[in-house]
Design a protein around this ligand. Structure first.
Ligand code: ATP
Length: 240
């Protein structure tokens, strides 16, 4: 690729005691790309994201973000560099309003005018949240809560947004809305690493992908290449 890599994993292993969850994984995300990690339950997707965010330390390999080694960096240092992870299960602060949830995402912003500018920008990208701004986040639908979780991450103006199964449990119309939002985020210059079990949805929005099975990458390429790979089509698209 001509574009610089925002994120690189080189031969990363993750162990939990004696259990190896990720084996020799090499992944790159270039500026301007949506890259998806695909695979079934237990394939190692969440463990990979945890290693990237500093929540678990890889037992081998190297992770670099914008050219800096972050393999042993602490989670707050990684966040401070602009790598923001939205974990599975859209954890919003239920009793706080949408507006307050978003403000928390801008906690590193010291300047009130800058914070207000970022809020306006997030509300412009997610107009539904502007309508709901005074409501308790816990009273919203699952899809709306996912919007809050992503909007909160956008308040940090991430260089890389890491999303763990944002479509989980959402109605089909809402899945399409979330996927469109991911495209908008990419088009505004934020690279995205997207973990999904909804392979079809992920492949509609992603540029490239990696398929994981028991912690190992078994296929990688552009989404067109992956869709044309009979093993991928059979296992993940049901179309071989
Ligand atoms: P899912 O979508 O089900 O979360 P996944 O692809 O994200 O699947 P991981 O959650 O990364 O997969 O799990 C990979 C392997 O590591 C599995 O065998 C899992 O049981 C194991 N594992 C994950 N977390 C832990 C942990 N904290 N302690 C021990 N083993 C773990």
């Amino acid at each position: 690729s001509e574009r610089p890599d925002v994120l690189r994993l080189d031969a990363v292993d993750v162990h939990y005691g004696g259990v190896q969850a990720v084996r020799g994984l090499t992944v790159s995300v270039a500026a301007g790309e949506v890259v998806t990690l695909l695979g079934g339950n237990g394939a190692g997707k969440t463990s990979t994201l945890s290693a990237i965010s500093g929540l678990v330390r890889p037992s081998a390999g190297r992770i670099t973000f914008e050219g800096q080694d972050i393999t042993r960096a602490k989670p707050h240092e990684i966040v401070g560099r602009g790598l923001i992870h939205v974990p599975e299960g859209r954890r919003v602060f239920s009793r706080l309003s949408v507006h307050e949830n978003l403000q928390l995402g801008g906690y590193l912003v010291r300047n009130a005018a800058e914070l207000a500018t970022r809020l306006d920008h997030v509300f412009a990208m997610l107009p539904r949240l502007a309508e709901l701004r005074g409501q308790a986040a816990g009273s919203l639908s699952g899809g709306e809560q996912q919007m809050v979780a992503i909007g909160r991450a956008l308040m940090a103006e991430p260089r890389l947004l890491v999303l763990d199964e944002p479509s989980m449990g959402l109605a089909p119309g809402m899945v399409a809305t979330v996927m469109r939002l991911i495209q908008d985020i990419r088009d505004q210059g934020t690279a995205v690493l997207l973990v999904e079990q909804n392979t079809r949805a992920a492949m509609r929005v992603a540029d490239r992908g990696y398929v994981l099975e028991t912690g190992t990458c078994v296929a990688e390429g552009t989404v067109g290449e992956l869709a044309g790979d009979p093993r991928v089509a059979e296992a993940y698209l049901g179309t071989a």
